[in-house]
Design a protein around this ligand. Structure first.
Ligand code: F2R
Ligand code: MG
Length: 349
């Protein structure tokens, strides 16, 4: 692939994650969006993408704070150093605790600080009576790992597993992060000037998730390969007519919650569905369509928006992310630079 396109894709993934978080956070109250709120969302995107106007920047949340820390650690250390990542997560949390972190992860941070990072495994393992978290907090921050591991999928798997375990040790939480990283990894490799074959994209994800989910350790899940099941559902939804596919049905089938299982597949679906026009989302820009659609599904809007943005940005590259919109997102220049540094580290060594 042409290196300037690949560099644009690295930037696009980091910026896409940021844009989805910033634009999704005002709608993040766990509920579905009313039709009035969807109109507000449409107008808000129109305004942010329109002629420049003076306004306070839209602040990012815990999603981007943790994505930033993870990218910075990989760049500083040139390898995964889980103690350094944990320190950066915790330091940033105590500097800016009001970024919307959930209570679960805050407990992990308190314990990590309490043991002075001598044990970075136990705090996450102790979560939820020793089950570990299946939340989407591992998946929401994983984009830098997909970029860092661009040339080696086994490295991606190992790095995602180890970095996710700092806060999330439930297999469903870890596998959700793997699925999200894999979707970015696949998107980086595709040519955005060619029509995306959505069936192949889902089939490739399914093939990659199969051995990962077979690696079960008797967790007693009712569905032994839950992400493969969600990918099957996604494929079936993709074959339906746009007019008949309501937001309610998508939410009912794929979910929109803080659970990795009910948000990572949703983000991938939003990216794929936005390859074509979607009723009710008025834009010609497929990157915006994907992110706006993800937010319009409600629920965990900042995180599903961010995960969708990271995948869509990795596919389309920076060019499809409106520059006026970026001006309104906090720290967009820093995120662009992180994309460049990860590109230099992984590709242009
Ligand atoms: N949580 C939020 N936002 C609400 C924050 C409100 C805050 N007070 C404020 O506004 O300032 N957002 C962030 O959380 C999501 C990522 O969550 P993460 O990191 O996975 O958290 P956690 O706590 O590990 O899991 C989330 C919830 O899932 C349920 N859960 C997880 N594992 C469970 C298990 N094994 N058994 C039972 N329940 C489990 C719990 O309800 C957890 O609270 C992102 O949206 C991010 O933006
Ligand atoms: Mg969230």
């Amino acid at each position: 692939m042409d290196l300037s396109l690949l560099k644009s894709k690295f930037r696009g993934s980091m910026l896409g994650a940021l844009v989805g978080d910033c634009t999704g956070s005002p709608y993040d109250n766990g509920d579905q969006l009313t039709s009035g709120m969807k109109l507000v969302l449409q107008k808000s995107f129109d305004k942010l993408e329109g002629p420049p106007f003076k306004a306070p920047v839209v602040q990012f949340t815990d999603d981007s704070a943790m994505t930033y820390s993870l990218a910075k650690s990989l760049i500083d250390r040139k390898e995964l150093d889980v103690v350094d990542v944990a320190k950066k997560f915790v330091k940033r949390y105590y500097q800016e605790p009001n970024r919307g972190y959930g209570m679960g992860v805050v407990t992990v941070f308190q314990k990590l600080r309490g043991n002075k990072f001598t044990d970075v495994s136990s705090p996450a393992e102790e979560q939820f009576n020793g089950q570990g978290s299946w939340g989407n907090g591992g998946a929401m921050r994983v984009a830098p790992v997909a970029l860092f591991s661009y040339e080696n999928y086994d490295k991606l798997l190992d790095t995602v597993r180890r970095v996710t375990r700092i806060t999330h040790t439930h297999k469903v939480g870890i596998d959700g992060a793997i699925l999200q990283a894999t979707a970015i990894y696949q998107s980086l490799r595709l040519d955005p000037s060619q029509e995306l074959n959505v069936v192949n994209f889902i089939d490739d994800l399914t093939c990659k998730m199969d051995p990962i989910e077979k690696d079960e350790e008797g967790l007693g899940l009712s569905e032994p390969q839950p992400y493969k099941m969600q990918l099957r559902v996604m494929k079936s939804l993709m074959s339906e007519d746009d007019q008949n596919l309501s937001d309610e049905r998508v939410i009912q089938k794929l979910g929109n919650s803080v659970a990795a299982l009910y948000s990572v597949p949703t983000a991938i679906f939003c990216f794929l569905r936005a390859q074509k026009p979607i009723t009710g989302i008025q834009t010609d820009n497929p990157f915006r369509r994907a992110v706006q659609y993800a937010i319009s599904l409600g629920g965990d809007t900042d995180t599903i928006g961010s995960m969708t943005g990271a995948i869509a940005g990795a596919f389309y590259g920076e060019e499809k992310i409106n520059s006026n919109l970026l001006q309104h997102c906090e720290a967009s220049e820093e995120f662009r630079i992180l994309g460049d540094r990860l590109f230099e580290l992984s590709v242009a060594r």
